[in-house]
Design a protein around this ligand. Structure first.
Ligand SMILES: Nc1ncnc2c1ncn2[C@@H]1O[C@H](COP(=O)(O)OP(=O)(O)OP(=O)(O)O)[C@@H](O)[C@H]1O
Length: 316
């Protein structure tokens, strides 16, 4: 595995406030990696250090094998960055904005290609101030793609986009990854992270509380069977243990979904009742988040490296 990002024991402070407390992770070439966590968890700070905008206070960071501070220029050439706050000139058109950026990017993509990739072809003549929030994010994406980067940093790339634009953006990102571009993504949309990312790390208060391959991590978590309790049936009578009740909806967390669903249907047939609204599904990223919030990091192994060993756990 060639790692395009290597972070080891990264610490970043703002005055007395420790924003990132000893995090370690790697991103492989061609991988889409999601950095997740609540507001203020330290995701943007981590990304800014990786992009060379901030200097680490401790730990080592390598991006495309280089030090993003010492080798700033070389790192910049290989990396496309889409951070949260874009500084556009509101009176320029979209086309003029892209053209003005192209002047600073060696071997830049043609303007129309960048606009097409970001789904902005029809907006080339529109002034930036007339763009919607989601369209501005697409313009950010177009600019991040100008230099044909080997590695893309996307900080909440789909915020403000409508569902169709989000899906289009996912397709663009997937297409880039298929052609070998590596992507570090932050997002508050857990469905987005689950669909898009190959691997992830969840940050909380500056540390990593869970990380691993997306599919393996979710497959290793307990699945969920939910249904409406049939009239006259008490939870204790059911063949599978009920973990939570939401009104009359019974929620069962089970390791073996197939067996649980079969047992439930066999019991219901024998009892002559129907579990309405039956939903059987694997764990989602949202389930994992809720478990973490409740203090359960799942099947975890202590991290060997990093400053903050106590709360950095591998989950897959
Ligand atoms: N320039 C700064 N000066 C002082 N404190 C800062 C600065 N930037 C961030 N912080 C603090 O560092 C912590 C981590 O912030 P960061 O922006 O990295 O979080 P985040 O996970 O990206 O959050 P969000 O999801 O809200 O974007 C927060 O407590 C934030 O208030």
């Amino acid at each position: 595995m060639t790692a395009v990002i290597q972070v080891s024991g990264l610490v970043k402070r703002y005055g007395d406030h420790v924003a990132v407390r000893g995090v370690s992770f790697e991103v492989a070439q061609g991988e889409i990696f999601a950095l997740l966590g609540r507001n203020g968890a330290g995701k943007t700070t981590t990304m800014e250090v990786l992009a060379g905008f901030q200097r680490p206070d401790a730990g080592t960071v390598r991006v495309l094998g280089l030090d993003p501070v010492a080798d700033r220029e070389r790192v910049r050439r290989g990396v496309g960055v889409m951070l949260q706050e874009a500084g556009f000139f509101p009176d320029l058109t979209v086309a003029a904005t892209v053209d003005s950026w192209r002047d600073f990017v060696p071997a830049a993509r043609p303007r129309d290609e960048a606009l097409e990739l970001a789904g902005l072809t029809g907006k080339a003549r529109t002034r930036v101030r007339q763009l919607s929030g989601g369209e501005k994010r697409r313009l950010d994406l177009a600019l991040a793609l100008l230099g044909r980067p080997d590695l893309l940093f996307l900080d909440e790339p789909t915020t403000g986009m409508d569902p169709e634009a989000r899906r289009n953006t996912w397709e663009v990102v997937r297409g880039l990854a298929r052609r070998g571009t590596s992507v570090l993504l932050t997002t508050h949309y857990l469905d987005e992270a689950q669909r898009l990312a190959d691997s992830m790390a969840i940050m909380d208060r500056g540390g990593i509380v869970a990380r691993g391959g997306m599919a393996e991590t979710l497959a290793s978590r307990t699945g969920r069977v939910a249904f409406e309790l049939p009239a006259g049936v008490e939870p204790a009578e059911l063949p599978i243990p009920v973990t939570a009740l939401d009104g009359r909806t019974a929620i069962c967390r089970v390791a073996d979904l197939d067996t649980a669903a079969r047992d439930l249907m066999a019991w219901a047939a024998a009892r002559g009742v129907r579990p309405r609204g039956l939903e059987v599904r694997q764990a989602t990223l949202e389930d994992l988040f809720l478990d973490l919030a409740a203090g359960d990091a799942g099947p975890a192994a202590d991290e060997a490296d990093g400053v903050d060993k106590t709360d950095d756990k591998e989950v897959a």
